[in-house]
Design a protein around this ligand. Structure first.
Ligand SMILES: [Zn+2]
Ligand SMILES: [Zn+2]
Length: 257
């Protein structure tokens, strides 16, 4: 990979490795642009607890930002490093999130919609379901996110696990792909999904993306430094891209938050 914009760190609580270890591994892997996108802190200010365990706490954000900025400076002759986050779009809490990210100079966000509505009360998008309204809600909520113009790309758009008819799935995913294309936002083929044999990448989804002509980018979604070596997962993704005739891009222009 020339560039990878999807990298986690130990701060989210379910990944391992310091920022420096990821940078060193990226160099070893021949990556030239490394974007950190740990699970964003979110301040659920009207709920208890205010923070959820899948993400760093708001008070950890300055340390995360400082560490990446200093590595970017230290390694600048060898690799380009960027400071980002992976964020869900939770309309109610989004304005406060933006404030926090801007205050800390975060350069970019990728959209990773792990819950519908929000994670205080909402459906985990990776859990199987039959209700059509939930699939429709997923598409509406993520398209609203993309229309803010603030997301650099859409991570694992095919995470959603609808178990109903293909007809309804295809219809909704066509809507999603068309909306992403209209908003000019690339879609990510997620290597973690391949690595762990998850329900994504979903070939049915990517056939639709090929038909609509979306731009597609690979994302390592590294939760351990060694994941940056990718290897076989990357080959599997490239095989899918070639077979379906997807339009691959290798770098993205970061969208300012
Ligand atoms: Zn994660
Ligand atoms: Zn991720």
């Amino acid at each position: 990979m020339f560039a990878n914009y999807h990298t986690h760190t130990y701060r989210c609580g379910h990944a391992t490795g310091s920022e420096r270890e990821y940078v060193e591994k990226a160099l070893q892997a021949g990556i030239r642009i490394l974007g950190f996108s740990d699970h964003t802190p979110y301040d659920f200010y009207d709920s208890e607890p205010r923070n959820r365990p899948i993400r760093m706490k708001p008070e950890e954000l300055p340390g995360y930002a400082a560490s990446i900025r200093s590595l970017a400076e230290e390694y600048r002759d060898r690799i380009e490093i960027h400071l980002g986050v992976e964020a869900e779009y939770y309309p109610k809490y989004f304005p406060r999130l933006l404030e926090m990210l801007r205050e800390n100079g975060v350069e970019y966000m990728i959209l990773g919609q792990h819950f519908l509505d929000n994670e205080i009360r909402g459906w985990p998008t990776g859990r199987p379901f039959l209700r059509r309204s939930l699939l429709e809600k997923y598409v509406n909520q993520t398209l609203d996110a993309l229309e803010t113009g603030l997301f650099t790309y859409f991570a694992h758009p095919d995470i959603i696990r609808f178990m109903g008819t293909h007809r309804f799935y295809d219809h909704q995913m066509r809507r999603l792909c068309q909306g992403a294309k209209r908003a000019g936002v690339p879609l990510e083929i997620n290597l973690l999904g391949i690595r762990e044999g998850r329900n994504y990448p979903n070939e049915r989804f990517w056939k639709i993306a090929a038909e609509i002509g979306n731009e597609v980018i690979l994302g390592s979604d590294a939760h351990e430094p060694r994941h940056l070596l990718n290897g076989r997962d990357e080959e599997t993704a490239l095989e899918l891209i070639g077979r379906l005739g997807l339009k691959r891009i290798e770098t993205v222009k970061l969208r300012k938050i």
